[in-house]
Design a protein around this ligand. Sequence first.
Ligand SMILES: NC(=O)c1ccc[n+]([C@@H]2O[C@H](COP(=O)([O-])OP(=O)(O)OC[C@H]3O[C@@H](n4cnc5c(N)ncnc54)[C@H](O)[C@@H]3O)[C@@H](O)[C@H]2O)c1
Length: 330
Amino acid sequence: MKILIAGGAGFIGSHVSKAIERAGHLPVVFDNLSAGHRWAVKWGPLVEGDLMDRASIEAALRAHEIEAVVQLAGSINVGESMQNPGKYFRNNFSISVNLLEAMDAVGVKRIVFSSTAAVYGIPTKSPIPEDAEKAPINAYGEAKYFVERLLDWYTKSRQFQCLALRYFNAAGADPDGEIGEMHSPETHLIPLVIYGSMGTRPPVKVFGTDYPTEDGTAVRDYIHVADLARAHAMGVEYLARGGVSTAVNLGSGDGISVMQVLKAVETVSGKPVPHELFERRAGDPPHLVAQKGMAEAVLGWKPERSDILSIVKDAWAWSEKALREGLYSE
Ligand SMILES: NC(=O)c1ccc[n+]([C@@H]2O[C@H](COP(=O)([O-])OP(=O)(O)OC[C@H]3O[C@@H](n4cnc5c(N)ncnc54)[C@H](O)[C@@H]3O)[C@@H](O)[C@H]2O)c1
């Protein structure tokens, strides 16, 4: 299949492109490079375009005879979404409206969408099943949930096949070292800890040491980006087989505390991680872990590399390479 990867120059999208190519399909990246990188597009052509512009999406769908779409493009900074909600509804929700309208006009009706655990807000139970209440507590999560609702309407009224993948914490890097995470600004814990440990960034800030968790720090579910990427290739194939529209969690099912992440980085680097302790941050749930069986039942997908040590080892190797090759940007 020829598959449009919207946001394919970004962290997860570049790994998805590689997985799609490995599965025997052609990834055509559509990205405005606002946060993505030209060096991360290696497995198919790059169409430089903005999802704000419906005509350019339609042109790309036609020119490349696209059969399915993976939609990863959007703005990703949860904190910023609380300062500037309009940006998040525009550059997550509105762009997805444009994309679905363009797909409909061209007759492409299969889409895999990057959703998020943020649709659940502060869950009342953990691990979190897919049918848990959706109660986002930030504009980022709400805009993503709006897209999920939109996908439901395109399924009902326009005969689309839609798969929403609710990622937990994406982390790690390509095990072959070809690509990896490079956000600017970086807000994700693992690169912050690694670059802090390498001395490239200040000591990492640990927010909250009195949560009701084993060591008092917040617990999250880290999923290796190569595992995530594979799920997209399997997702597109699921839709091509006639799979019904649905939404599934993509997580490892393992809860890892902030202190356990620091320990894993210490194991890999062989030295203590410089860090500072702070009060809890408003809006951070104590414990966010996926109930993971549904992705296996629907897609046949299981995480294979998502233990914390493998994630940190791959991320560490990538960070060294990014520094060596001048790809690192703060
Ligand atoms: N990183 C995580 O842990 C995580 C967790 C849950 C969900 N997600 C979702 O996964 C997706 C990918 O995340 P990422 O970490 O790879 O982010 P990223 O910023 O690295 O990638 C997003 C890509 O989209 C592109 N883009 C943004 N707006 C665009 C537009 N209007 N038109 C065309 N291209 C545009 C950017 O240039 C970038 O290449 C996002 O939708 C994000 O919300 C990420």
